[in-house]
Design a protein around this ligand. Sequence first.
Ligand SMILES: [Fe+2]
Length: 379
Amino acid sequence: MTAETVLHNARIVLADEIVEGSLVLRDGFIAGIEAGSSRSGEDMGGDYIIPGLVELHTDHLEGHYAPRPKVRWNPIAAVLAHDAQVATAGITTVLDALRVGMDEDADLTSTDIRKLADAIEDSVQQDRLRADHFIHLRCEVSAPDCLRAFANFDGDERVKLASLMDHAPGQRQFVNLETYAYYYQRKLKLTDRDFKLFCEKRMGESAVNSGPNRVHIAAACHERGIVLASHDDATIGHVGEAIEQGVRVAEFPTTEEAARASKEAGLGVLMGAPNVMRGASHSGNVSARTLASDGLLDILSSDYIPFSLIQSAFFLGDVVEGISLPQAVAMVSKNPADAVGLTDRGVIEQGRRADLVRVRVDDHVPVVRTVWRQGRRVA
Ligand SMILES: [Fe+2]
């Protein structure tokens, strides 16, 4: 039996235009788009229908599992709470970022991380989840335990993306040592002397581990069909290294120079949606709005605020001239989906998955009213 749903009286955001009319869903897929049609069905009241959002980098799951230092929550409950939050923010496909290689920012162990990955897998198998979940391994290549933790994911087919990060002082996100001190000296409550020793230790680890770990992980990912992302690239040299290692996504480049070189090399340039909303990077690096206005931005990610993804899609066109709503929406749907090879979704067209979001914009805030994944209502 075929199950058909018609959503009528909608403003449907297609890849390059907005059409007023109806959307026909059949068996979990988009069966038709009809402009101005008078078909009966569910009345969308003139609301927007956009493709379900595709999120490549959310750090948000860990906080549900470790809500306070030393507190660990049931991992399945943590996954369910995270899933509910991303789905109600219009995200129908999410790559949960899990770290591999612990730096001083981490309160979790590699055993905790594997528990979370198992809870995701089990929840997918048991059909507990609203969004479609995959894994993004954030690999801290400077950490001595990076490869050991990476091996916990051998053969794990839920891993779609791996990013190569180096958060040692003096590197990339923390070229500026003052920013590094602001982040870590205060967080770790170190005296000036201890902080200096700590920096030396981290820089030493980076010098020894980062090069070999990058090479190892890049080779393993190519073999397994996992897409590679660079992280916080700052210089032309960083981008050159990324290209050489087969990186396809430049995640959070910290300078316009690195973003431009990445774009010219055909990499997808990803920036944080919170950066778009705030008008600045939280660690003082290049602004996502600047990159967008220079045509250097392809993908947005919610990073640490799930709801920021849909907010940025409806906000970017207002603050950056020359960016239309369909273009901004593509940055949170089609472009991230394409970047990780999920070509069955990410855009409203016949034959794609019926992953959809009904949105009304109230006072510049997008209100998510209904979310469908494969034609099934999930939020
Ligand atoms: Fe970073």
